[in-house]
Design a protein around this ligand. Structure first.
Ligand SMILES: Nc1ncnc2c1ncn2[C@@H]1O[C@H](COP(=O)(O)OP(=O)(O)OP(=O)(O)O)[C@@H](O)[C@H]1O
Length: 253
């Protein structure tokens, strides 16, 4: 079944046509990579799909519903969740606080005196704590729970970002450069987590410049060039496609 359907998406910034007539369909359970030279329109594509910016033309359908004008928070509540190239954790909070606070409608433990809290609020807090602890453990961040996130390495920050994102229980997870600035060991670890999440049924779309790791990870690659869809297909075929090689050699300009 189609989970995400993007039709003829267009976005212009002044004199730059960042996206032009991009149509893409993603089925439930797929693991798809989005590649293309610098400035190809990858981030603009993610931004339009995730509601960060509104496209000038075209439609975005998620679960068959037209969400072209939807706000990121609404989309996240509905299960379409994305990460950003530059991670967005709160640096003055610990790893544990960062993961807990990512929960939707976080109860805000300190805002109400204990006497005024309802049973359901207390239950919700407990389940948030449990979910956060489970994620911290599965991402092997347990030894860092009380560290401020400002002290983490680039790779550990990406793991934290992934854990925070999963607190939202996504059905469609969009990852913007999950391996950028990450050492090879953690890159493999993050790739394994992505694979496991997909094996568990989560649909995942990944923008990445690290083509070798990405091509091994995904089932399908979508190539953008100068705002247009250039090729869409299996990784091996795509990476040996003359048009793709040309686009990279030419730097997309
Ligand atoms: N907010 C903006 N204002 C003006 N121009 C923009 C804006 N966002 C993107 N662009 C331009 O749109 C084009 C596509 O940019 P985009 O960031 O989507 O490409 P990209 O493929 O993600 O590139 P990179 O791999 O370098 O991140 C580029 O020419 C970029 O300069």
């Amino acid at each position: 079944m189609t989970l995400l359907n993007v039709e003829e998406l267009g976005k212009r910034f002044g004199g730059i046509q960042a996206l032009e007539d991009v149509s893409v369909s993603i089925d439930e359970g797929e693991l798809v990579g989005v590649i293309g030279p610098n400035g190809a329109g990858k981030s603009t594509f993610f931004n339009c799909v995730s509601g960060v910016i509104t496209p000038d033309s075209g439609t975005v359908r998620f679960n068959s519903e037209d969400v072209t004008e939807a706000e990121p928070e609404t989309l996240a509540r509905d299960g379409l969740v994305r990460t950003f190239q530059h991670t967005r954790e709160l640096q003055t909070m610990t790893v544990r606080e960062n993961v807990r606070l990512a929960a939707p409608n976080h109860p805000g433990e300190r805002t109400l005196p204990a006497l005024l809290r309802t049973k359901s609020m207390t239950n919700r807090e407990a389940s948030v704590r449990e979910q956060a602890d489970d994620l911290i453990e599965s991402f092997e961040l347990s030894h860092l729970v009380d560290e401020y996130s400002s002290s983490l390495s680039g790779g550990q920050r990406k793991l934290l970002e992934l854990a925070r994102t999963l607190m939202l229980d996504p059905t469609l997870l969009m990852l913007d450069e999950p391996f950028a600035g990450v050492n090879p060991t953690l890159t493999n670890e993050i790739a394994d987590h992505i694979k496991q999440l997909n094996d568990g049924g989560m649909t995942i779309v990944v923008i990445e410049h690290e083509l070798e790791t990405l091509a091994e990870l995904v089932d399908r690659l979508i190539v953008l060039q100068q705002g247009k869809l250039l090729v869409d297909g299996e990784p091996d075929e795509v990476l040996s496609d003359e048009r793709v090689i040309e686009a990279y050699l030419g730097g997309g300009e």
